[in-house]
Write a protein that binds this ligand. Structure first.
Ligand SMILES: [Zn+2]
Length: 327
């Protein structure tokens, strides 16, 4: 990588995504290189345009972490997707209309989202020993603070280390995602799936929603990242055990089949029984098009709270809470 920090030092700089079939961009980051040797932990914020809590968390962490007290290297990617951030763009890039977290590992000669993914994969993910992709609800979404971790790795230790990250970060809801091997076809997928297939323990998590930066969320997130660094031996101190974590299973996506206006009757985290009316979509003249009912007994994981809805958008996700998960 073109940016380096001496042991015991911090460096901030930018990676360049070159111009291609469309305009290039930059990726701002900070590297905190610890005084003592240890693992490389890479954290991404800002893969999506309006997920702000992780962005502010990494701004603060970059100032607060003392490299003299750190073992290993902390790589903080402040805003992975500058075009989407500066365009305040929900889900996808305003330049090529692609969702950055569906195009990993990217393409060197692709459109801007694919080129960003290519640089993130090759310059940052591949050099990591542990990888955390931090998201949040976009400004049209409400969601509970959940995370994804993989189970069923061919190397059981790899999945065990991913679960260790999930436990140490402290998010209340843990969603198990089945590991799938690379089948040899060209891929366009999630950052964390590329990481875990490279043998790097990883989680993707959510902090905050609705475009808000709430200080309690920022403090919770920093507490979690500091705890992960203690669990990895990068910082000294006792590792906190979060007692109230819950698995979310049988996750169901409720997708809009229409462009229109959405009305929702439920809040994030609310428990609903199967068949409960949770909202509806009308056309632009107010005529009801479709009602939505919960497909299971479970909790509302994500809910769209802004009226605009488009065909193929997820309006709700519902999942069943469980105190244990059989790997
Ligand atoms: Zn996101």
């Amino acid at each position: 990588m073109s940016i380096e920090a001496e042991p015991g030092k911090k460096t901030s700089g930018t990676l360049t995504v070159e111009d291609g079939i469309d305009q290039g961009t930059i990726i701002p980051l900070t590297i905190v290189n610890g005084r003592n040797p240890g693992p490389v932990l890479t954290v991404f914020a800002g893969i999506h345009g309006t997920e702000y809590v992780p962005v502010i968390v990494l701004q603060e962490l970059a100032k607060e972490i003392n490299p003299e007290e750190l073992a290993g290297t902390l790589v903080l990617v402040h805003i992975a997707n500058v075009p989407a951030f500066s365009g305040r763009s929900v889900y996808s890039s305003p330049v090529d209309n692609k969702n950055l977290n569906r195009v990993f590992p990217g393409k060197q000669d692709g459109s801007i989202s694919e080129r960003i993914a290519w640089v993130l994969t090759n310059e940052l993910i591949k050099g990591s020993d542990y990888f955390i992709d931090a998201h949040g609800g976009e400004f049209n979404e409400q969601l509970v603070d959940y995370l994804y971790f993989y189970y069923g790795c061919p190397d059981t230790d790899l999945c065990k280390k991913s679960l260790m990250l999930a436990k140490a970060i402290g998010n209340k809801y843990l969603i198990p995602e089945k590991y799938t091997p690379d089948d040899g076809t060209p891929q366009a997928t999630y950052s964390d799936l590329i990481a875990i297939r490279l043998g790097i323990p990883t989680i993707t998590l959510e902090w905050g929603d609705r475009g808000k930066v709430e200080h309690e969320k920022v403090d919770f997130a920093k507490k979690g990242l500091n705890n992960v660094m203690r669990a990895l031996g990068m910082l000294e101190g006792e590792v906190i055990t979060f007692e109230s974590q819950v698995y979310l299973l049988d996750e169901k996506f409720i997708i809009s089949e229409h462009n229109g206006i959405v009305y929702t009757f439920v809040k994030k985290g609310q428990y609903v029984t199967k068949g409960t009316l949770i909202g509806y979509v009308s056309d632009y003249h107010g005529n009801l098009i479709e009602e939505y009912h919960s497909p299971i007994d479970g909790i509302i994981v994500t809910v769209t709270v802004a009226p605009a809805i488009n065909k193929d958008n997820t309006i709700y996700r519902v999942a069943r809470p469980a105190n244990s998960f059989d790997f």
